[in-house]
Design a protein. Structure first.
Length: 95
């Protein structure tokens, strides 16, 4: 299920995420499910991994994805990302 939470503060979003992950982990079949977490940057993913591990004891079963990769997987529509986009070509004319 898709949950969206809005805040200007990373710490508030992180606390809500950890509480939601703890609630999901209480389900009996949750051990075998992978939780997808959409991230804005690799630095955010690293911090979330460390903080989730610090608060819950372990950080496994989570898949951190950028919005473009997640959107592409969910819809099948190819989106531009660092692996598929071509370099920008700058045409130069001289007289």
């Amino acid at each position: 299920m898709l949950h969206t939470i809005y805040s200007n503060y990373f710490e508030v979003l992180e606390a809500c995420l950890v509480e939601n992950l703890k609630a999901e982990a209480c389900r009996p079949d949750a051990v075998f499910e992978t939780q997808e977490i959409i991230i804005p940057s690799l630095a955010a993913a690293d911090r979330l991994r460390l903080d989730i591990a610090a608060q819950t004891g372990i950080c496994c079963g989570y898949e951190f994805e950028f919005i473009g990769a997640w959107f592409e997987k969910m819809t099948g529509v190819e989106s531009a990302n660092e692996h598929t986009s071509q370099s920008m070509v700058w045409p130069l004319w001289t007289t």
